[in-house]
Design a protein around this ligand. Structure first.
Ligand SMILES: [Zn+2]
Length: 135
């Protein structure tokens, strides 16, 4: 925690000509500010992680044996169940011939392709996209 009374102390030291003491106190304040900024940056990262986890818990769901993500009202997916359950990674499956294939773990899903609505089938030849969410 930053003690704001120190700024008045520094000012008083400068005003009374105690430059070396003022400089020393100023350097101490600088060091504390840097430490606080680092802590704030770390807390921002943690907050973003928790927001991502909350978002996933509210918008990720299982259907047809796959994971799907609802973003801005649009159904994204399907994502590889194996990758999500083993590593927490959302890997979009690619449709190749009559199967859905995971470009990361190479798991193929055959039996459920017919259950997918046409509008959400992944595009052939599309690059896999790894979303950096934790489970
Ligand atoms: Zn996979």
């Amino acid at each position: 925690m930053l003690d704001y009374r120190r700024f008045k102390q520094i000012n008083d030291l400068f005003a009374s000509g105690k430059l070396e003491q003022a400089r020393h106190l100023l350097m101490e304040m600088q060091s504390r500010c840097i430490a606080l900024r680092d802590e704030m940056n770390m807390l921002k990262v943690r907050l973003q992680t928790f927001e991502d986890i909350l978002y996933l818990s509210q918008n990720l769901y299982e259907e047809y044996g796959f994971y799907w993500l609802r973003t801005a009202g649009v159904k994204q997916g399907p994502f590889c169940a194996h990758c999500y359950e083993s590593e927490g990674a959302l890997i979009r499956l690619e449709k190749q011939h009559k199967v859905l294939l995971c470009p990361y773990c190479s798991t193929s899903y055959k039996s459920v392709v017919h259950a997918m609505p046409e509008s959400v089938e992944p595009l052939a030849g599309r690059q896999a996209r790894i979303l950096p969410f934790a489970k």
